[in-house]
Design a binder for this molecule. Structure first.
Ligand code: BTN
Length: 265
């Protein structure tokens, strides 16, 4: 548990910038905001990469209309505005690429046991540590602006019963506080590398890396989307990042969206 002598180290722009590879990236650090994704929407006309990180979100948004629990000073609520030289139709699989950048970042703290869970979560021993929410907007000349939101449970030790699914944080595993400024810089550096590579290439360049940490592979899972629930064995992803499920009839079904969970035997 947190000791009463522990002091809260706040987010600090200079500390983050000191460890950035690209010092020219605009960064906004906020005390509190409704949502860092919403904040960046006012900059979506620009082409320049911009990052927003907040100490707290009052309306943190998760996937599928869920809320993202965002208490003050403990976690990372990070959004990045990035403009791709690609049409929106070519961005399929972007969520998986962002997950891999977040995974690489978290593996600097926990080298073993972290995994990606389709479509874009980071898990440790069946508990969620990080989630990703991406919003895209078409631009002229076949370009697309995206707002990539990443929430990471860092120093959170309890959730006041606000999170309905099993979760974990870096603190829960390491039993020590993590410097969020260094974590934000590493995340930014990795994210830029992965986005620049995805902009020039495609998901195919990342498929092996996905496969190496895919916690669903060869597991019996349930996929729930807006219209149905399907059970089968997860057998990886296709070149678009869609999930492949082998059913009892040995058919391969392809899913582009949904929520996945591993079935208990
Ligand atoms: C999920 O449901 O797994 C996605 C969670 C995404 C949360 C992040 S926190 C920063 C950014 N701002 C938001 O309002 N949501 C994303």
């Amino acid at each position: 548990m947190k000791k009463s002598t522990d002091t809260l180290i706040l987010l600090n722009k200079k500390s983050i910038q000191a460890n950035l590879k690209n010092k020219l990236i605009e960064i906004d650090i906020l005390d509190a905001i409704d949502s860092t994704n919403l904040y960046l929407k006012k900059y979506i006309k620009n082409r320049d990469t911009r990052i927003c990180i907040a100490e707290q979100q009052t309306k943190g948004a998760g996937r599928l209309g869920r809320e993202w629990h965002s208490p003050f000073g403990l976690n990372i609520y990070f959004s990045c505005l990035y403009c791709f030289n690609k049409d929106i139709n070519e961005l399929s699989g972007l969520g998986l690429v962002v997950s891999l950048a977040a995974l690489k970042t978290l593996q600097t703290y926990i080298p073993n046991g972290l995994n990606v869970k389709w479509p874009n979560d980071i898990f440790y021993e069946n508990k969620k540590m990080a989630g990703i929410l991406i919003e895209a907007q078409t631009k002229p000349e076949n370009k697309t602006a995206v707002i990539i939101g990443i929430g990471i449970n860092v120093n959170m030790q309890n959730d006041d019963n606000k999170i309905s699914q099993a979760w974990t944080s870096l603190f829960s595993i390491l039993n020590k506080e993590v410097d969020r400024n260094l974590l934000c810089a590493t995340l930014t550096n990795n994210l830029m590398d992965y986005l620049d590579k995805f902009d020039k290439q495609s998901l195919i360049a990342f498929k092996e890396e996905w496969h190496a940490s895919d916690c669903l592979f060869n597991k019996k899972i349930t996929l729930q989307n807006a219209t149905m629930t399907t059970t089968g064995i997860a057998v990886g992803i296709n070149d678009l990042g869609n999930l492949l499920l082998k059913t009892e009839k040995d058919e391969i079904k392809i899913f582009s969206s949904g929520d996945t969970s591993i079935k208990k035997e």
